[in-house]
Design a protein around this ligand. Sequence first.
Ligand SMILES: C[S@@+](CC[C@H](N)C(=O)[O-])C[C@H]1O[C@@H](n2cnc3c(N)ncnc32)[C@H](O)[C@@H]1O
Length: 245
Amino acid sequence: MSDDTHAEIAHAEQVQARFARTAALIAERERGRREALREKLRRFVPLSGEESVLDSGAGTGALAFALAPLVREVVALDLVPELLDLGRQAAAEFPNVTFVEGDATALPFERDSFDLAGCHRTLHHIARPELAVSELARVTRLGGRVLIIDQIASADPLAALELDRFERVRDPSHTRLLPDVDICSLLDANGLVLRASHVEQEPRELDSYLDLAGCEGPARERALESAPSQLVAAVGWYLAAKPVP
Ligand SMILES: C[S@@+](CC[C@H](N)C(=O)[O-])C[C@H]1O[C@@H](n2cnc3c(N)ncnc32)[C@H](O)[C@@H]1O
């Protein structure tokens, strides 16, 4: 087995351990934010109500449940069984949402399977985000759309490194935030055409942000020491079309 494969397996194990531990908190936060996310999506993504949608790296179903009443069906995929179990419990309210275990960098779906394929706050937990974006593009049908919502990095490389260091102390499964230019380049490299984007500022309360990642003991102390004085995340929203040739 190559060193790269070892590193990818080790990272996947880190993701599983971190998110299994905090699954209940993630589900609670998802419920609390569902309506607000739905309203933002309603404004950002034109929908007919007939779409088949993929939420890749769904956790307990944030994007899936926000979109469920607005589309025909949603498949929510994640690596972590504990998150999927909680998602399935909540799906009783949304019979058009199905949870599937899988890897966002090697999706278990045919080419052209979905009208809309997206991920919400997931790319920065993936060691090779370029694979996750190319998989979103592959499973989207011609004429369909790809949606990416994620915290983005500062355009200043030093500020970006510093924030990633803090984020990794808080949560070792954090890989790195991509800057706006990289997300746009990944969309472009996969033949996707950007149709809309914006960045929103999201103020965060430090203690609850550390709690959400299960950051305790010495790691919490280090995170408190290295936290930026103003914790405001820049969250990028990107909607891109997969054009018909
Ligand atoms: C910060 S959480 C966001 C979850 C959800 N999208 C939300 O907004 O609440 C990141 C998610 O990415 C998932 N994840 C990380 N790497 C993954 C991979 N390679 N394949 C599938 N899911 C992955 C984690 O299990 C976790 O659920």
